[in-house]
Design a protein around this ligand. Structure first.
Ligand SMILES: [Zn+2]
Length: 479
C-alpha cells in the first residue's frame, strides 16, 4: 500500500487547490507535456488516444447527417482575412502572422488560421454556381492558432486541435435548422459518449462569435462550480456570402447569396471531462471514450498459471480495449496507476480466484467491487461498462443540478458570487440591456453563459436594474 499512497500523493487534493489538481492530473496521468513555447503543448499517446476516440465518435455523428470532411490551407492572406470586418476585428489581437518565407520577406503577410470562415468562403465563391450545388456540408479536422495571454492545458492554449464545420445553404430556414442540428449533435455526444450534461441555449449579443448573426452554445459545469463553454454553433445569415460574393442561381433563375453556418468543438472537451469526472485519485474516463476500458491486474503473478489466466481473460475480452498489466510493479502500485489514468474498470485475478473460477471487477467511478465468473466474463464486463457510462452521466447531472441556483434580487446574486469560488450556475432574469450584462460582469466577475432554450419565469424584473425582464439567463464564472 505504501507505493500506492506515494503515487496518489503526487496529486494535490482538489479541495485544497483545484488549479494545481487539474495541472497535476494532466501531467501525472500522462495526457500532456509542456513544450518550449508557452501555450503549445505535447499531447502524449494516452491523451491523443483519448482525442482519437472522441474524434471518431463525433465524426460518425457528423457523417450520419451528411457532412463530408475536407482540408483547407493553414495560411490566410491578410487581404482575404480583412474582407469581413467584424471577424477580423474580433480575432485581431490573437492572430499569429507569417512575414517571411526563408530569408525573403513576404509582400503580404499571412495569418495562421485562427478559424477558417474566410478560406471556406473564398473557396465556396468559385465552387458553387447553382441551387443544384447546395447545400455544401463540409468539415475539417485541424489545428488553429490563437495567441492567448493566459494559457492552460486543453482549456486555453495557443495551438489547439478542433473540428470546424462550414455549411452553405439555399435558404435561411435550412441554414438555421443546420445550426440547431449541429448543436444537438454536440449536446448528444457530450451526454451520451462523454457523460457530460450541458445547458443548451443562445449567446447574448455581447458573447456571440464575431461576425455571427446568432451563436448557440452548450455549457457544462465543472467540479469547482465554474462553467465551460463546450461547443458552439453559429448562424451567419448572409454576412460572409455578401462579403465574399458567394452567389448561386436559384430555381427561379435569380442570382442569390447563400446562407451560412459554422460549428466547432475542440480539445477543450478533454478539460471538461477531467473537471467534471475527475477525483483526488486522478482521471475518471467514461468507458465509451476510454483509451483502455479494462485493466487486468494479476495478483501473485509469479505463481504458476496466474499470468496465463490473465491472458486468457484478455482474449475473452477482445471485444473491448483491454490491457494486461504484467509489469514487475506491485499490485498496489498498479491499482494506483489504473486509478490515476481513469481506466473505467480493473479486473483482479489471483491464484485463489482462478481455483474458484472467479475474478474481481473494480469500478473506477465508485470503487464498487463485483465478483464475476470467469466463464461469462464478456457479458459481465459489457454490462458493467454500460452501467458505469450511465451512472457517470447521472452523477454529473446531479452535480450540475445541485450547483444550479436562482436569484431574484441583486442581493441574492451578490450573496452567491461575491467570493473567490466558482459557485455554480445562477438562473436569473435579464432585461436584455448590454449595460446590465456589463455591470454584472464588472461587479461579480460573472458572464452570461446562455439564454437557455428552456425558459423559466423566475421573476418579472431584471436581476440587475429592476426593469421588466425579457429572458432568463444562466450566469456563471467561466473558464
Ligand atoms: Zn437590466
Amino acid at each position: 500500500m505504501a507505493d500506492q499512497k506515494k503515487m496518489v500523493a503526487q496529486i494535490t487534493d482538489m479541495e485544497e487547490d483545484f488549479t494545481q489538481w487539474y495541472t497535476d492530473v494532466c501531467t501525472k496521468a500522462e495526457l500532456i507535456a509542456y513544450s518550449h513555447i508557452k501555450g503549445f503543448m505535447v499531447i502524449k499517446p494516452y491523451g491523443y488516444a483519448l482525442w482519437e476516440n472522441m474524434q471518431s465518435l463525433l465524426d460518425g455523428r457528423f457523417k450520419a447527417t451528411g457532412v463530408q470532411n475536407v482540408y483547407m490551407p493553414l495560411l490566410i492572406p491578410e487581404s482575404l482575412l480583412a474582407k469581413e470586418g467584424e471577424l477580423v476585428n474580433g480575432f485581431a489581437p490573437e492572430v499569429a502572422w507569417v512575414t517571411a518565407g526563408g530569408t525573403e520577406p513576404l509582400t503580404e503577410r499571412l495569418a495562421i488560421r485562427p478559424t477558417s470562415e474566410t478560406v471556406f468562403s473564398d473557396f465556396y465563391k468559385d465552387d458553387v454556381h447553382s441551387y443544384r450545388d447546395l447545400p455544401r456540408l463540409y468539415n475539417q479536422w485541424c489545428s488553429v492558432v490563437r495567441w492567448e495571454k493566459e494559457t492552460r492545458p486543453f482549456l486555453r492554449s495557443r495551438e489547439f486541435l478542433w473540428q470546424e464545420g462550414h455549411t452553405i445553404h439555399a435558404t435561411k430556414e435550412e441554414a438555421e435548422e443546420r445550426t440547431q442540428q449541429m448543436l444537438n449533435v454536440y449536446a448528444d455526444f457530450l451526454a451520451e459518449d462523454m457523460a457530460i450534461p450541458t445547458i443548451k441555449g443562445q449567446k447574448t449579443e455581447k458573447e456571440k462569435f464575431a461576425g455571427a448573426d446568432a451563436t448557440y452554445t452548450v455549457e457544462a459545469l465543472m467540479h469547482d462550480g465554474r462553467a465551460l463553454q463546450s461547443g458552439t454553433s453559429h448562424f451567419f445569415g448572409q454576412k460572409f456570402s455578401k462579403a465574399y460574393g458567394i452567389q448561386f442561381t436559384d430555381r427561379d433563375n435569380q442570382l442569390k447569396y447563400v446562407w451560412q453556418t459554422s460549428w466547432g468543438v475542440t480539445t477543450r472537451m478533454i478539460g471538461a471531462m477531467i473537471m467534471v469526472h475527475g477525483d483526488n485519485r486522478g482521471l475518471v474516463i467514461p468507458p465509451k471514450i476510454a483509451p483502455i476500458q479494462v485493466d487486468i491486474i494479476p495478483i501473485q503473478q509469479k505463481k504458476a498459471g496466474v499470468l496465463e489466466a490473465a491472458n486468457r481473460l484478455a482474449s475473452a475480452l477482445s471485444a473491448f480495449r483491454v490491457k494486461v498489466d504484467d509489469t514487475e510493479k506491485t499490485p498496489g502500485y498498479k491499482f494506483a496507476e489504473q486509478e490515476m489514468r481513469g481506466i473505467p474498470i480493473r479486473i483482479e485475478i489471483g491464484p485463489r480466484d482462478i481455483e474458484n473460477g472467479k475474478c474481481v471487477i473494480v469500478r473506477r467511478d465508485n470503487g464498487e467491487k463485483i465478483e464475476a465468473d470467469i466463464e461469462d466474463i464478456e457479458g459481465t464486463v459489457k454490462t458493467v461498462l454500460a452501467t458505469v457510462q450511465k451512472d457517470m452521466l447521472a452523477k454529473a447531472q446531479a452535480q450540475l443540478d445541485g450547483m444550479t441556483y436562482e436569484a431574484r434580487t441583486p442581493e441574492e446574486f451578490r450573496e452567491r458570487f461575491d467570493n473567490d469560488k466558482g459557485d455554480g450556475f445562477i438562473k436569473a432574469m435579464w432585461c436584455g440591456d448590454r449595460a446590465c450584462e456589463d455591470k454584472i460582469k464588472e461587479e461579480y466577475g460573472v458572464t452570461s453563459r446562455c439564454i437557455p432554450f428552456h425558459q423559466e419565469n423566475i421573476a418579472g424584473t431584471c436581476v440587475c436594474c429592476g426593469k421588466p425582464a425579457k429572458k432568463m439567463v444562466y450566469w456563471a464564472k467561466a473558464y
